[in-house]
Ligand binder design. Sequence first.
Ligand code: ACO
Length: 320
Amino acid sequence: MTARIIGTGSYLPSHVVSNQDLEKIMDTTDEWIRSRTGIEQRHIAVEETTTSMAVEAARRALENAQTDAKELDLIVVGTVSSDRHFPSTACEIQSALGAVNAVAFDINAACSGFLFGLGIANAYFASGSFQKALIIGAETLSKMMDWNDRSTCVLFGDGAGAAVVERSEEGIISMVQGSDGARGNVLSCHNRPVNNPFVKNDTALDYTSMNGQEVYKFAVRTVPEAISKMLKEANVSPDEVKYFVLHQANIRIIESVAKRLSQPAEKFPTNLQRCGNISAGSVPVLLDEIHRKGMLQKGDKIVLAGFGAGLTWGSALISW
Ligand code: ACO
């Protein structure tokens, strides 16, 4: 048995920040951001929180899947920007939805969070546990940026995406996941330092730091390798795949992956121009957008792929 996606939903904050808006508050240009990344604007939370966006995305996914929250056995949220250390975002969502029968927890796999969550649901279903799960990627990365660091803050946006998955004979065909903690420092954000009556610690709050070129090299090598390995294991040619729904970090990364897989750019839908990089929210938001546009038909083969801090990466080949 495997996991089948039966509904999707997403939520983006109403406040839109264009590259031109950023030009007014920092030393950057629309031309620099657009030519290096493809990003033209991003949605930034003002009224919203990670939990409020996740709840709205979840409600839309449940409605789309015609599923009552009480049917859910499992809620997994991929996030690195929860509102509270505890309770988890997943438990807050469970409460807001009235999903009283669900086990709920968060996972930290950064931009791979949705893919890892899907893998967890798939494993539960395969082992005979649970029938329906809600997998969410939700982020408010804007609160974790140093807005004086133009090399990172221009890249990210806020938002949430969700999918309802059910135990089924068909759905996920194959998955590949990996991590490389030895390279963790290329993209990181420290939590609170040790601080108690026995330690003197006045370290300032940390923000996201990134070695962009190392992340770029990691992505353009690892993502096509992981996808190729997964397709080979499933005995599926890249030509048979209708869409490659990749993490939306940078248009140049997506173009490079397309080239390495010898696939046309049209098979790689994008929303990074409008949304920037939403980390764990990126793949499920884009999946929801193409689903609602009617671009997916039953039986289509789709590849989902996430990659990011950890370092982590994950991809899934699914039959829609
Ligand atoms: N506006 C104007 N100039 C800038 C900006 C900015 N926003 N940011 C950096 N610069 C300057 C730098 O200061 C530097 O100037 P200098 O040459 O005078 O020192 C110059 O631009 C070049 O900087 P680089 O960092 O070398 O620029 P690069 O061409 O590598 O592009 C980028 C940076 C876009 C981050 C690129 O490395 C990249 O795409 N990396 C992939 C990482 C990524 O996408 N991360 C997203 C999060 S990770 C994830 O989701 C997987």
